[in-house]
Design a protein around this ligand. Structure first.
Ligand code: IMP
Ligand code: MG
Length: 180
C-alpha cells in the first residue's frame, strides 16, 4: 500500500469483480443497442476502459473535460467545459461515466448541457458515490460503490494530479491535504 494512504477501501480484485457485475446489468438494460460512453476527464478514464471492455453491448467512446476540483478553492457549482465532445450525441443512448459523484453539482451542470443536445437517452454511471454529501438530486442509475465522506484516491481519482494510477482505491491520510 502507498505510504500516503490510511487504508485501502477496494482492492483491484474487488473493483474488477464489481465492474464485471455492473457491466452485466448495463448490457442487459441496453441489449441490442449501441451505447455512447461519455467519460469525464481525467478521473473516469480508468473506470471507463475497464467498463467498456466488460460490456457485451457495442459501444462508442468519447470524452469531455471540465475544470478540475481544487479542495478549499472550489466555488460550489461553478464548473466549465474545458474540452467538449468530438461526437454528436443526437439520438444516441448516452451513458455519462464519472469517477465520483460528491455534491452532484458537476453532474447537474453536465447533464443540463448534454440533455440540450437531445440524445435518445441519458443516464449516469459512476465508479464511486459519496451519497451522504449530495447537495442536489442527481439521477445516478449505476454505481460501483457507495463510500463514506472521506477523501479517496486511486483507480483514476487524484489529489493534485497524484495517485491516479494506483490500481486500488484508498483513503488519503488527512495530513497530506491539510498541509497545503
Ligand atoms: P461534485 O460536483 O461535488 O459532485 O464533485 C465531483 C468532483 O470532485 C469529482 O469529479 C472529483 O473530481 C472531485 N472529488 C470529490 N470527492 C473526491 C475524492 O474523495 N477524491 C478525489 N476527487 C474527489
Ligand atoms: Mg471528476
Amino acid at each position: 500500500m502507498h505510504e500516503d494512504l490510511e487504508r485501502i477501501l477496494f482492492t483491484h480484485e474487488q473493483i474488477h469483480e464489481r465492474i464485471q457485475e455492473l457491466a452485466g446489468e448495463i448490457s442487459r438494460d441496453y441489449r441490442d443497442r449501441e451505447l455512447m460512453l461519455v467519460g469525464v476527464l481525467k478521473g473516469a478514464v480508468f473506470f471507463l476502459t475497464h467498463l467498456a471492455e466488460a460490456l457485451q453491448t457495442p459501444v462508442q467512446v468519447d470524452f469531455l473535460g471540465i475544470a478540475s476540483f481544487s479542495p478549499g478553492r472550489a466555488l460550489p457549482g461553478v464548473v466549465r467545459i474545458s474540452k467538449d465532445l468530438d461526437l454528436d450525441i443526437l439520438d444516441k443512448d448516452v451513458l455519462v461515466v464519472e469517477d465520483i459523484v460528491d455534491t452532484g453539482l458537476t453532474l447537474r451542470y453536465l447533464l443540463n448541457i448534454l440533455s440540450g443536445r437531445q440524445p435518445s437517452s441519458l443516464a449516469v454511471c459512476t465508479f464511486l458515490d459519496k451519497a451522504t454529501r449530495r447537495l442536489v438530486d442527481i439521477p445516478v442509475k449505476y454505481s460501483c460503490f457507495e463510500i463514506p465522506d472521506r477523501f479517496v484516491v486511486g483507480f483514476g481519482l487524484d489529489y493534485n494530479q497524484h495517485y491516479r494510477a494506483l490500481p486500488y482505491v484508498g483513503i488519503l491520510k488527512s495530513h497530506i491535504y491539510q498541509a497545503k
